[in-house]
Structure formats: C-alpha cells, structure tokens
Design a protein around this ligand. Structure first.
Ligand code: UD1
Ligand code: UDP
Length: 360
C-alpha cells in the first residue's frame, strides 16, 4: 500500500484534488492523507468545495493565511514537515503554483520524501509573478512531473530536465477531467442562472484576482473602467475574490457590473455554460472557458496556456483598458472554440497520474 500525502491550500487545488482523491479512493493500492494549509479559508473559498464536491475532510488544517509570502511559506514548511515526520508518506503530492505548493515540495524533499507535482512544466517567463517562482522551484525538486501539455514538456526539455533524476509524463489537464465530471451534475445542483435571472439574458463572466492586476491601483482601475464600459452593452457578472474586494474598497474604485460573492464549482460551471464570453486573469478559468466552448480575454501580459492564444480562442490584453475594449469587440464576432484533444488531452489525466504514482 502506497501512502500519498496531499497538500492543498487554494481554491483551484481543491477542484484538482477532488478529481484525484476520488481516483485514489477507488484504488486498493493507494491511500491518501490530506493536509489543508489554510491559505484559503473563507467558507466560499474553501469549505464549499469540500462539501459540494465530496472531497474527504482534511486530516490536518494548518490554518496559515493572510501573511506575507515569506511568513506564509515558512510557517507552512514547518507545519508540513511535522506532519510528514508523523505520517511517513511514500509520496507528497502538490498541485499548481501557489505558496502551499512550494511549501509542501520543500518540506518533503529536504527530508527525503518523493515529490509528485501536478501541472509541472508550465511557464509564463515572468519572474515577477510569485507563481512563476513557485512553479520553477517546485519542478526542480520534484521526482514525478505530471505535465498537462506538450508545451510544458518542451519547457522542461529546454531547461535541461532530461539530465535530472526525475520522471516526466504528459498527462493532459486535470481541470479538463474536473470540467467533464462535474458538468454532468451541475445543472441539477445549481440554481444560479435562475437566481440571477440570467436565462436568455446574454452576459460576460469575469474574474480578477491576480496580484499583478490587483495590487497596482492604476492597473486595477484601468481594468475596471473597461469592464464598466462593457457592462453598458453586455451585462458583466463578477464573482469577486477577497483580495480584489479588499483592494477595490481600499482604492475607492467603483465597479458598476454585477458583483457577487465567490461561487462554488457547480455554480461556476453553470455560469460558464450559459455565458457569452469570459474575461479573466485566472489560469483555471481561461481553460474552462475553452472546455465549455467560450472565447475569452486573458487579462495578463503572458499566459502559461499559450495553446488558447495560438488557436485564437483567447486574446491577451494585459490591464490596458483600450486593449480590453477592442479585444471584446473582436471576440464577440469570433466563432466558438472547437475542442481538440491534442491541446489539453482527453479528460482522463487522473488515470495516467494514478498509474505513474503506483510506479514511482
Ligand atoms: C493564491 C495564489 C494564486 C492563485 C490563487 C487562487 C499564491 C502566491 N497565490 O492567490 O496563484 O491563483 O490563490 O485563487 O499562492 N483571502 C481571504 N479569504 C480567503 C482567501 C484569501 O480573505 O479565503 C485574502 C487573504 O487574506 C489575502 C488575500 O486574500 O489578504 C490574498 O490571498 P492569498 O492566499 O495570499 O493569495 P491569492 O490572491 O488568493
Ligand atoms: N472558481 C470557482 N468560483 C469562483 C471563482 C473561480 O469555483 O468564484 C473556480 C474556477 O472555475 C476554476 C478555479 O476556481 O476552476 C480557478 O481558481 P482561481 O481562479 O482562484 O485560481 P487560478 O486558476 O488562477 O490559480
């Protein structure tokens, strides 16, 4: 029996972790212990996912959040190390590029526990992003690198990973597995379209939370000004991240679109399915727009998911208001995306991950 210690901390990790937890539970040769670092802690950023998506209750919750990068990551490393020493797992599993990801990987590697990284090999090539630092360092100390795309495999090749003692596998994107699995249940579980009176009313779905957009008031204002203009012609629905909510208030930036609390995954899928267009700086939502065959604007200067840009399913706008408005006009005339398996796999990435974990 192989023991996996999974470290989760932020919203997208709960969704990815839900898919793999289900597969681990079905496998007689694997067992899982879950650590929640506490990075995301509001009910609508955390508990809702565990409840709705039937993720096992975490065995440990470190309750570490709302601190500077160093303090948060440092305290997480300390807390996770203690749990590793007690649980003695065979493999520590981390997802994505958050502070919880790098903390888990560092704690394990330093005491000789193997590290498996889901979403390995992604690069924005912007080292000013905390996520880029987290993902590069996590990849470098991982034993099993589970890559979602050919681009991710190529990035690792370029960085010389073939010379390192690690296993690199292309699995496809686990968010695609999640989108397929939970989309079959969302219509029965969510009432959001009726609640917000969106049936037959076109709307744009928008999320903004990335540090590079929210923490610079000029950029945040420029984005919101463009969103306010778009909202005059097509209704914009914005489930708001706590970081963005706090900063809009702090800088006195007023947003005239429909701001709602963060939503659970079933509501999000229904909002995606029924939307006209998606505007986001979220890594996960960029791809989900495509999985539900919606075009998108990516409020970033670069993206790790270059396939969306290269196939004209998304336009990179950064935070420039004029670019956002122009790209919006352009995208409203574009055809809906077509699903191509060669981009992000076929939605069965979790099976490949389980196979690789058993061999590790
Ligand atoms: C983190 C990740 C980011 C990921 C995002 C997913 C890092 C460096 N960043 O960003 O890569 O895209 O999660 O959503 O790990 N807050 C609350 N309640 C919550 C969660 C956060 O009030 O439930 C507040 C925190 O107190 C903090 C701010 O929001 O002031 C930012 O939270 P933090 O976890 O530091 O980063 P995110 O922006 O969520
Ligand atoms: N999401 C959600 N409710 C929300 C906003 C996002 O369920 O109110 C989901 C979204 O559909 C995607 C994931 O959270 O699956 C992405 O998380 P986020 O945008 O916070 O982080 P990122 O992917 O940018 O790291």
């Amino acid at each position: 029996m192989k023991k996996i210690l999974t470290v989760l901390g932020a919203r997208p990790q709960f969704i990815k972790g839900a898919v793999l937890s289900r597969k681990i539970k079905e496998n007689k040769n694997l067992t899982e212990v879950i650590v929640h670092t506490g990075q995301h802690f509001d009910k609508k950023m955390s508990d809702i996912f565990f409840e709705e998506m039937d993720i096992p209750t975490p065995d440990y919750n470190l309750d570490i959040n709302s601190l500077s990068h160093g303090a948060m990551t440092g305290r997480m490393i300390e807390g996770i190390e203690e749990i590793i020493l007690k649980e003695k797992p065979d493999v520590l599993m981390v997802y994505g590029d958050t502070n919880s990801t790098i903390a888990g990987a560092l704690a394990a590697k330093k005491i000789g526990v193997k590290v498996a990284h889901v979403e390995a090999g992604l690069r924005s090539f912007n080292m000013a992003m905390p996520e880029e630092v987290n993902r590069i360092l996590t990849d470098r100390i991982s034993d099993l690198l589970l890559c979602p795309t050919q681009t991710a495999i190529d990035n690792l090749d370029t960085e010389g990973f073939k010379n390192f003692n690690c296993e690199i596998i292309q699995t496809g994107d686990i968010m695609f597995d999640a989108a397929i699995f939970y989309a079959s249940q969302s219509a029965n579980k969510s009432t959001i379209i009726n609640d917000l009176n969106l049936k037959d009313n076109p709307y744009v779905l928008c999320t903004i939370h990335r540090q590079e957009n929210t923490d610079d008031p000029k950029k945040l204002k420029s984005i919101i000004t463009a969103i306010n203009k778009i909202n005059k012609t097509t209704k914009v629905i914005l489930p708001i991240h706590p970081r963005t909510k706090k900063l809009l208030k702090q800088h006195n930036i007023s947003c005239s679109c429909e701001i709602i609390d963060p939503v659970g995954y079933f509501d999000m899928i229904e909002l995606l399915k029924n939307s006209t267009l998606v505007i986001t700086d979220s890594g996960g939502l960029q791809k989900e727009a495509y999985y539900f065959q919606k075009n998108s604007l990516t409020l970033r200067e670069q993206t790790e998911w270059v396939e969306l840009i290269n196939n004209n399913y998304s336009i990179l706008t950064g935070s420039d208001g004029r670019k956002i408005e122009k790209a919006f006009e352009k995208m409203m005339d574009r055809q809906s995306p077509e699903i191509k398996k060669e981009l992000f796999g076929d939605g069965n990435s979790a099976d490949l991950m389980i196979e690789a974990l058993l061999k590790l």
